[in-house]
Every structure is written in structure tokens, then in C-alpha cells.
Ligand binder design. Structure first.
Ligand code: FSO
Ligand code: SF4
Length: 542
């Protein structure tokens, strides 16, 4: 196997024996093949579109779900990945039959395996290393990972019945282009930026879907202690799954707790009406081995990040959507799209209440609508000098020891700074009680990683208010932590909006070749991180 798509890749260069995340070589091979056949399908749909044929939405959803399945920590279940490969090949064959000319199609579109027994022999074709030129490989993977993140976000928008056919067409044409050997590095660089542009569009689609369906996030205090009833812990990012579970648990005596990236669900007005929506349990994804153990009840993973479970709670772990883990029960939707969670609820009733691991509350809900309603207060604080700088610390948390940098950095920030955050990165500092500036909390949590869109909107609004020509003239520092491919699309989205000088850590992506890294440094001022002391000097003394 060879995989270097996430920040925790072995030795900062590539997982070759087994994934640091727990992905085994056989699953890695099938995930590579799923990406390959999805690119083949996308080449066919792109050719059909150019002939004027409309692509049915179930095909668009298949592409979205396939890519989402291959994101870090989402799906470890080889059988489910193999099933998706077979479905994709059969859908592609049907579409291929409608195409008047097969000229110019890549090999991935014309591969006709007789049965899944043929899948194992494809490793040499589907490996990332099959692209020999390291710059072309780097750009192809940068685009592919950005698209994976974009598909994750689009999947949540699709779950709320929002569609954007132009976005689907772009995703598929970009996937097809990553197979096109005639494209130069310059053309792939342009495609990378275009991917970022569509990243903004995908995040806007999801933002619209979320706020239309659940209301605008508002300032909310979330309890981090526990109640006396048994509970179900919901992790991941899918708010539609959470809504269905909340509906189905009314009057059952089972409480619902959020975990990791589901925390921001508490900020939405629509979920506040459920009396059994008890609070948030635990921290970022990587602490789940201890926290799922002490939760005592069932856990529903709606998306990544899954850490391979311990036997002690594996029977309590359920997956749905793009996620999967061998031996864990997977909840599928019915023909009407509804999911029946009754077996999880039934199981929860037999479990002890969660063991309390923390007490208190955390505050959040500072998405664009809420922050812009405080705009006057914020602008006054900036004009008076009470707020010197905003520091965007969005992104992901992870288990690397070096990530203690982010907690130390937050603690070391001057008191006239405000952190803008989104994503699971916030767990490094959202319980530190960093205080407020004239009533404005010093950590403003916009929500999930996709709500980085909110942070971009806030920046654009501030640029407008202060009458600045360039978004980079704002008193905003970008110090982003990344882990998986959703952070890649967030990064590309920010670049497409013209944001420069983003610091990225704890390490730069292994999939950036020296030349591609140089391109990002030269054109966008992308930089890594140093020690907290050095970065404090860099940001505040120069
Ligand atoms: Fe975190 Fe995991 Fe949201 Fe990621 S829970 S690491 S970038 O899936 O998507 O922030
Ligand atoms: Fe390694 Fe990350 Fe790939 Fe997992 S997703 S195999 S940890 S690079």
C-alpha cells in the first residue's frame, strides 16, 4: 500500500505497511480501486454531458459517496468498499452504452472486470505511485483530496435534499482530468485553484442547507457533564442523521449526546426543542478509545473520524452513511431515505448512564449570522484597539504530540486577540476559559470544519466594513491545523478567495512535492509553524 493523504502519514512521507489510522493494506487497495473506478465513471459522465446527456442524480450521489468513503478514518470495511466498486462498474457500463464515441476515454473508463476476483490484480495501476512525475502526482493528489473533502460536504447538503448539478459536473470533470496524461503542471495548478472555487460553492450549499433546515446558529452554552439516563453518543458531521435520531428517541428515556464534530449541532435553534438533547461528551476524535469506553452506551458514527474500536465497546459502535467498520452494525436508509435507529435505541435502554468525565459548559454558535449581528460591537472593539488581531485557528485536531503547540499558542496569545475557530481543532483550547473582550468571547466557535465558510464570510464582511481593497489587509492571522481531506478543501477554498500567508501545521502535507510546495509558498505565502515563542514574535513583533 501507499497512502499519504493525511497529516499523520507514517514518517511524514507515506504509510506503506499499514495505515497509522488503522487502514489495512487490503482495504487501502480497495479504496484506491474505488477512487480509480469513480474517476473512470466520471470520465464517462463528463463525456456524456459534452454530448448533451443529463446525468441522473443517483450517479452524482454515487460519485460523492464513493469519494467520501475513502476519506481518512471513514470506512475500514473492505466488503462495503468492494460492493461500492461493483455498483460503480455496473453503473459505468450502463452509461458507457449510451455514449456515441468512446474516443479519448481513459483506461479507468474502459476497464471491464469479469468479477470482484479481478479487483485484487489492479494494485499496480491504481497506486498513487503509478504517476511517475512527482509534481504531476502531487497536483493530482492535491486535487483528488480536495475533491474528497468537497464530496463530504456535498453529501451532507444532498442529505438535506440540496443539489447543485454544476458542482457535480465540476467534481466529475476534475476527477476525469486527474487521469488525463496530456495535462501539464500549469493546467493542473489552475485546476487546483478551480477546485478551491468550487469548494467555496460546496460549503455555501451546505451552509444554506443547514441554516434553511435548522435555523441560524446562535450563541449557546453547551453542557459537558452528564445526566442520569442512558445515552446515545452521536459523532461525525451529519446533522440530518442527528435529527432523525432525536425524533426517534423522544419519550424513550434515552438521552442524546454529541461527540467531537457534532458539538455545533447544539448551536442550531431546531435542535433546542428536544428535551433529551443532553450535551456534549468528550473531546476531539482521537480521544475516543477512552471516551467511548466510559460513555457506556451506544455510539453512532455518522462520518469520520473512526479510530479502530477496542473490543470492550465494539459491539456498541454503529456506523451509517459513508462510514463502516467490520463487525460493527451499519444502519442503511430505507427506500424513503429515512433511517431506522430503533435497534440502537433499544440497545441504549439496556446500558448504564454515561460516566461523567467533565463538568461545566462551553460556549459556541458564532457562525456568520450571529457574528454579523454583533458586527457593531466587534467593529468598535477593533477601532478602539480593544481587539488587536483575530487569529483563525480552524481545522482539525489529531493525536500527534506536536499538536500541543495549538493549546500553548492559544494560551500565549496576547489578551487583545480573538480566536476564530471551526472544526475539531477547537478542542485544544475551547475549555481554557480565555475570557472575553468587552463581552466578546476570545474563542468564537463558528461550528464544524465546513463552517470555515462562515469565517471566510466574516472576513469578507469586515473587509467591506473597513473599506479595504484586499482581504489580506485585515488584522487576521491564519494559523490552521490540518488532518484529513476536508481540511484540504478548506485550504483550497481560502486560497481561491485570495487569502495569503496561511500557516499550516503541525506539518506540511507529505503529498506536496518540493516544487508544488514552493509554488504555494511563492504564490500564496503558505508557511509551516515554528515554536510558539518564534511564532508569537513573527505574528506580534514584526
Ligand atoms: Fe475533525 Fe475528523 Fe471536521 Fe475532519 S472530526 S478531522 S477535517 O473529520 O472533518 O474537523
Ligand atoms: Fe496513513 Fe493517513 Fe493514509 Fe491512514 S489515511 S493510511 S494514516 S496516510
Amino acid at each position: 500500500m501507499f497512502c499519504y493523504q493525511c497529516q499523520e502519514t507514517a514518517g511524514c512521507s507515506g504509510c506503506t505497511i499499514s495505515g497509522v489510522c488503522g487502514k489495512t493494506p487490503d482495504v487501502a487497495a480497495m479504496q484506491d480501486l474505488l477512487v480509480y473506478v469513480t474517476k473512470g465513471l466520471s470520465a464517462v459522465t463528463t463525456a456524456l454531458r459534452s454530448e448533451g446527456t443529463e446525468i441522473p442524480s443517483y450517479i452524482n450521489h454515487m460519485v460523492i459517496q464513493n469519494l467520501f468513503t475513502t476519506i481518512t478514518n471513514a470506512n475500514f470495511d473492505k466488503n462495503s468498499v468492494v460492493a461500492k466498486i461493483s455498483e460503480t462498474i455496473s453503473a459505468k457500463e450502463q452509461l458507457l452504452a449510451q455514449l456515441s464515441s468512446k474516443k479519448g476515454l481513459p483506461a479507468a473508463a474502459l476497464w471491464h472486470p469479469k468479477s470482484p476476483a479481478d479487483y485484487d490484480s489492479m494494485g499496480y495501476v491504481t497506486s498513487i505511485l503509478a504517476t511517475k512525475n512527482e509534481d504531476i502526482r502531487s497536483l493530482r493528489e492535491l486535487i483528488t483530496y480536495g475533491l474528497k473533502g468537497l464530496c463530504a460536504y456535498t453529501s451532507h447538503a444532498n442529505a438535506l435534499l440540496r443539489e447543485d448539478p454544476e458542482l457535480d459536473a465540476f467534481i466529475q470533470s476534475a476527477l476525469a482530468k486527474t487521469l488525463d496524461d496530456s495535462l501539464t503542471a500549469d493546467e493542473l495548478t489552475a485546476l487546483t485553484l478551480e477546485t478551491g472555487k468550487f469548494g467555496v460553492r460546496g460549503m455555501a450549499l451546505l451552509d444554506q442547507a443547514n441554516t434553511d433546515t435548522f435555523g441560524n446558529p446562535e450563541i449557546t452554552k453547551v453542557n459537558i457533564g452528564t445526566r442520569k439516563n442512558p445515552g446515545i453518543l452521536v459523532s461525525g458531521h451529519d446533522l440530518h442523521d442527528l435529527e432523525m435520531l432525536l425524533e426517534q428517541t423522544q419519550g424513550t428515556g434515552v438521552d442524546i449526546y454529541t461527540h467531537s464534530e457534532m458539538l455545533p449541532a447544539h448551536y442550531y435553534p431546531a435542535f433546542k426543542k428536544y428535551p433529551n438533547f443532553a450535551g456534549n461528551y468528550g473531546n476531539a476524535w482521537w480521544k475516543q478509545k477512552e471516551e467511548f469506553e466510559s460513555f457506556n452506551g451506544p455510539i453512532l458514527m455518522t462520518t469520520n473520524c473512526i479510530v479502530p474500536p477496542k473490543d470492550s465497546y465494539k459491539n456498541r459502535l454503529y456506523t451509517t452513511g459513508a462510514t463502516g467498520y467490520p463487525g460493527c452494525t451499519h444502519i442503511l436508509p430505507g427506500p424513503d431515505g429515512k433511517k431506522d435507529f430503533s435497534q440502537i435505541i433499544h440497545y441504549a435502554k439496556t446500558c448504564a448512564a454515561p460516566t461523567e468525565i467533565e463538568q461545566g459548559e462551553i460556549i459556541g454558535g458564532f457562525a456568520h449570522n450571529q457574528v454579523l449581528s454583533l458586527a457593531d460591537q466587534i467593529i468598535d472593539a477593533v477601532k478602539s484597539g480593544a481587539i488587536r488581531k483575530f487569529v483563525v485557528m480552524a481545522g482539525c485536531d489529531g493525536r500527534a504530540k506536536s499538536r500541543s503547540y495549538y493549546e500553548d499558542f492559544a494560551k500565549a496569545l496576547p489578551e487583545d486577540t480573538v480566536i476564530l475557530t471551526a472544526g475539531c481543532a477547537k478542542y485544544r483550547y475551547n475549555k481554557l476559559n480565555l475570557g472575553d473582550i468587552n463581552g466578546i468571547p476570545r474563542v468564537l466557535d463558528a461550528g464544524q470544519c465546513n463552517d470555515s465558510y462562515s469565517l471566510a464570510l466574516i472576513a469578507m464582511k469586515l473587509q467591506d466594513v473597513f473599506g479595504l481593497d484586499d482581504i489580506n489587509e485585515l488584522p487576521i492571522i491564519y494559523n490552521i491545523s490540518w488532518y484529513e481531506q476536508k481540511a484540504v478543501i478548506v485550504l483550497l477554498a481560502l486560497l481561491s478567495l485570495g487569502v495569503k500567508n496561511i500557516h499550516l501545521g503541525p506539518t506540511l502535507p507529505a503529498f506536496l512535492s518540493p516544487n508544488v510546495a514552493k509554488l504555494l509558498v511563492d504564490n500564496f505565502g503558505i508557511a509551516g509553524i515554528q515554536s510558539v515563542e518564534e511564532d508569537m514574535k513573527l505574528f506580534f513583533e514584526e
